[in-house]
Design a binder for this molecule. Structure first.
Ligand SMILES: Cc1cc2nc3c(=O)[nH]c(=O)nc-3n(C[C@H](O)[C@H](O)[C@H](O)COP(=O)(O)OP(=O)(O)OC[C@H]3O[C@@H](n4cnc5c(N)ncnc54)[C@H](O)[C@@H]3O)c2cc1C
Length: 407
């Protein structure tokens, strides 16, 4: 750590505004209080409810294993954090020179530091392909989305999922758990191929096909109607419920013109400061991760949102600045397989299966680039994955990682 954190306009930080009260916003508030920050914390949340956890939405809530209330993030009492809460209110403007946030009811709130944790929202298909008002079409980002999709599942519908990323595949898992007919449509040749590469993507495809999912790969969607999806190859998929899982977009529009750099998220320094006294954390933040030679990253991972918020709040509470240099970590639960990935890798990396085999769907694959281990991915192998997380954090060489794997 090095000294140097002060508030907006060089002021000492005696008050903080947090914009976006979900995982990152809550963790920031909790950390400030835990570290003894006693000043006012103003928390603005566009959703008119206390913070809840999103990963169970596509898993336990959708499958019916959990009631929505079980997703509450604040197991204790939110009141104990002594926050000035503005729930059900969206921030519409930020003045970075004064630290003033304007809300959608024209209230203005000025603090010495501002933490931006507005996250991301589900992307939708263009209106030319999919009428946004169709009742049968769903996305999954919020608790309301999950409750509405779960209610739609009650009628034992035929489900079409557009997009075979993590969320789309988890929706397919939960729908299959309820015994529904599921078709997944993906324009790329394999599920999750961008992140996992073709070979592991094919393993994922096999996992879902074995559980009865009809996968249509390498084919685009031409048009979505109320009860069918027309594909580019001329086929149509009959469906009563259509779930669009085509990724997420950062919630940054309200910051246009604020003077912050907005480019696929809020672009920050390595400390996660976007401007003096203004910080970003979680799905909305894009920062140069020093562990990966300053590569600009915007992660949509639960652990990152929690850790980055903690990092930002720590700097504010202690007055000491520090770079944020984590090893990214993400997991996904698919049937009885726990998929876990650490680090930063893509299909262009060298890949080596270090433990198990893809065929048995219990393995750890290592990923290398420029003679360095940059990531590991496991199917049902949590202990090994965490072992390689350490090597990624240590910037171990590729040959060292391979030696470790064989030793
Ligand atoms: C269905 C689902 C399943 C997931 N499963 C996994 C998983 O298995 N593993 C994993 O690692 N990650 C998973 N994730 C990702 C993880 O949940 C996110 O990374 C995490 O929620 C990010 O937290 P956040 O606080 O940065 O943003 P968000 O959770 O997006 O919260 C941002 C909040 O800010 C509010 N907001 C937006 N704009 C404004 C504004 N202008 N003013 C005020 N408030 C505003 C939003 O309403 C929202 O409440 C999943 C996500 C979803 C949707």
């Amino acid at each position: 750590m090095s000294p140097g954190v002060s508030g907006i306009g060089g002021r000492e930080v005696g008050s903080v505004t947090i914009v976006g009260l979900s995982l990152a916003g809550l963790r920031a508030a909790e950390t400030l209080r835990r570290l003894g920050f006693a000043g006012p914390i103003r928390a603005i949340g566009a959703e008119a409810r206390e913070p809840y956890d999103r990963p169970p939405l596509s898993k336990e809530v959708l499958s019916g294993a959990w009631e929505p209330a079980q997703t509450a993030l604040c197991k204790g009492d939110l009141g104990a954090l002594d926050l000035e809460l503005h729930l059900g209110r969206a921030a519409t403007r930020l003045d970075i020179a004064t630290g003033t946030v304007t809300l959608d009811d024209a209230t203005t709130i000025t603090s010495d530091a501002v933490i931006l944790t507005t996250g991301a929202r589900a992307r939708r298909l263009p209106a030319s392909i999919c009428d946004p008002d169709l009742d049968s079409v769903h996305v999954l980002r919020t608790l309301d989305d999950a409750v509405s999709l779960r209610a739609a599942f009650e009628g034992r519908p035929r489900v079409a999922v557009i997009g075979a990323g993590f969320i789309g595949m988890e929706v397919a898992v939960s729908a299959r758990a309820r015994g529904l007919d599921v078709t997944v449509i993906e324009a790329l040749p394999q599920p999750m191929v961008r992140g996992l590469g073709a070979e592991i993507g094919a393993t994922c495809a096999a996992l879902h096909r074995d559980h009865g999912v009809d996968l249509r790969l390498g084919v685009g969607v031409e048009r979505v109607l109320a009860d069918e999806v027309a594909l580019a190859d001329g086929t149509t998929i009959a469906a009563d419920v259509i779930v669009v899982g085509v990724g997420a977009a950062p919630n940054v529009e309200w910051l246009e013109g604020s003077g912050l750099t907005i480019d696929n998220g809020i672009v920050c320094a390595a400390t996660c400061a976007a401007a003096p006294g203004i910080y970003a954390a979680g799905d909305v933040a894009r920062w140069p991760n020093p562990l990966f030679d300053g590569e600009l990253m915007r992660l949509e991972h639960w652990t990152n949102a929690a850790e980055q918020a903690l990092h930002v709040a720590q700097q504010i509470a202690t007055g000491e600045s520090a770079d944020f240099a984590p090893v990214p970590f993400v997991w996904s639960d698919q049937y009885d397989t726990k998929i876990q990935a650490v680090g930063r890798f893509d299909a262009d990396c060298e890949m080596h299966v270090a433990h198990g085999t893809l065929e048995e769907r219990k393995f750890v694959a290592l990923f290398g680039r420029n003679d360095r281990i940059v990531g590991a991915l496991g199917f049902s192998s949590p202990r090994f994955v965490m072992q390689y997380r350490r090597l990624v954090a240590e910037r171990a060489s590729w040959s060292h990682a391979l030696a470790k794997a064989s030793g």
